[in-house]
Design a protein around this ligand. Structure first.
Ligand SMILES: *[C@@H]1O[C@H](CO)[C@@H](O)[C@H](O)[C@H]1NC(C)=O
Ligand SMILES: *[C@@H]1O[C@H](CO)[C@@H](O)[C@H](O)[C@H]1NC(C)=O
Ligand SMILES: *[C@@H]1O[C@H](CO)[C@@H](O)[C@H](O)[C@H]1NC(C)=O
Length: 430
């Protein structure tokens, strides 16, 4: 009954405003007036986390071994790690080097194994001889747990984080755990999107952990975002209006309400060609690329994404759109900034600290990692290994194609596997 009423409200709003949110300049004002008239419509369509089959079960259903391990961060977040210890064909568990793979914004470990074994990076790595570990950031489907905070309490403290904390805690904690369990002293890292952002920022905090990474593969590297085309940039541009509609984004947990979703879809999701795309916040924020979109796989993707994020995490990128720099999140008050960042205040991240050898892979039609921003990042990264700077040739290659593009295996993963081999055979750090 409640749900019905809310749906009715949002329908009414759309009808009443007729043609609202059709103009990027005035849409912010439309939202504010909608919010003032019908504040309850901020409540979302689908607050439940949709996930039909967890990562480890999907892996097993394809005939691969799977394990789940947990790691607790120093600030109490309990993160789940999924492991494919060896392959189906290449099934000798001995002598395997370790690779740790970290997903991006609103995603999860499932990203890497939803495709068929011939095209899913997780399986390809296992068949190539690696011991594969798939991370999960705090707040996603698998890492919604804490030693004392409750993730179901929107303003209870669980969601007070951004990718600063992922850089400081989640990536180092997961890497240490993987090294502990495998008994190795080094590994290779693969990150996509926010898996690259927090990786680069980690070098500000944890050079000791960074020194254990033999080579890092940055798929769609996101450090500077001043030129992003994503609606995150538009949200950033709302400036003072943003406070007025903050409730539309979700309190604590990022759960954009119906009205905001409708607005963003009208402004940014014109194609509307593939069923349901414009109702999924991940595709609204990242864009999509029809030629590379496997519509059969899309059904599965929609069940696993969005996989959960905090509102401050999204706003952190919005702050960087405005500043056009790479830095910690401004929590808005000295007290909160002290709580999160300590006495030195909001940190500025320097790419010159990223001394780990890296390989970069980027597309030409990426809404989050625009070519201008990526080229700036590349120009400042001090240790890109010779020959390991890859622009994907497919002209409309976008942000999510790195995960699910029909040609991801040939356009991207083939280079990843070749680079991995190169830097295991010779130490690219020296
Ligand atoms: C959260 O972690 C605690 C402590 O490890 C555990 O007892 C509990 O079962 C976990 N809850 C969920 C929902 O996974
Ligand atoms: C599309 O996805 C389905 C389901 O994963 C898979 O069976 C099929 O081979 C994929 N098609 C292409 C062209 O990759
Ligand atoms: C970071 O950079 C900004 C702008 O250049 C500066 O105002 C601020 O003091 C710097 N923060 C730290 C901790 O150095």
């Amino acid at each position: 009954m409640k749900y019905f009423r809310l749906t009715l409200y949002s329908t009414l709003i759309v009808v009443a405003l007729g043609g609202w949110c059709d103009n990027k300049q005035t849409a912010g004002q439309d939202l504010v007036s909608a919010y003032n008239r019908f504040p309850s419509s901020r409540i979302v369509n689908h607050p439940e986390i949709r996930n039909n089959l967890p990562t480890d079960e999907i892996i097993r259903s394809e005939g691969y071994p799977a394990e789940t391990h947990y790691a607790t961060t120093p600030d109490g977040y309990i993160l789940a790690l999924h492991r494919i210890p060896y392959g189906k064909t290449n099934s000798d568990p001995a002598n395997r080097e370790v690779v740790f793979v970290q997903h991006g914004l609103l995603c999860s470990s499932a990203d890497w194994i939803m495709s068929t074994p011939s095209k899913g990076l997780g399986y390809m790595l296992a068949e190539a001889g690696y011991d594969v570990w798939l991370g999960n950031y705090r707040g996603n489907t698998y890492s919604r747990n804490h030693t004392f905070f409750n993730p179901n309490e929107g303003s209870g403290g669980f969601w007070d984080f951004t990718w600063d904390e992922m850089a400081k805690f989640d990536i180092p904690t997961q890497i240490e755990k993987v090294l502990e369990i495998t008994g190795k002293d080094e590994l290779q890292y693969i990150g996509h999107s926010m898996g690259t952002t927090a990786f680069m920022a980690m070098h500000h905090y944890k050079q000791d952990v960074a020194s254990k990474i033999r080579l890092a593969h940055l798929l769609s590297p996101v450090a500077y975002v001043g030129n992003m085309e994503s609606p995150i940039g538009w949200i950033a541009g709302l400036g003072p209006l943003l406070d007025a509609i903050l409730g539309f984004l979700g309190i604590g947990e990022f759960l954009p309400g119906n009205v905001l979703m409708d607005c963003l879809a009208t402004l940014f999701c014109h194609e509307g060609l593939t069923q349901g795309i414009c109702t999924n916040i991940l595709f609204i924020l990242c864009g999509f690329d029809e030629p590379q979109m496997n519509t059969t796989l899309l059904e599965t993707i929609m069940k696993h994404t969005p996989a959960g994020a905090s509102t401050p995490t999204v706003l952190h990128y919005a702050q960087e759109v405005t500043s056009d720099e790479f830095h910690g999140y401004d929590w808005g008050s000295d007290r909160e900034n002290f709580n999160h960042h300590g006495a030195n205040g909001i940190p500025n991240y320097s790419l010159t600290d990223v001394t780990t050898p890296v390989a970069v892979y980027f597309g030409q039609n990426d809404w989050l990692a625009s070519s201008t921003d990526v080229l700036r990042t590349i120009s400042e990264l001090p240790n890109i290994v010779g020959g390991m700077q890859h622009m994907v040739k497919f002209p409309t290659w976008n942000h999510l194609d790195f995960l699910w593009g029909i040609d991801a295996d040939t356009e991207v993963y083939a280079d990843v596997l070749a680079n991995m081999k190169t830097c295991w055979e010779t130490d690219c750090r020296v």
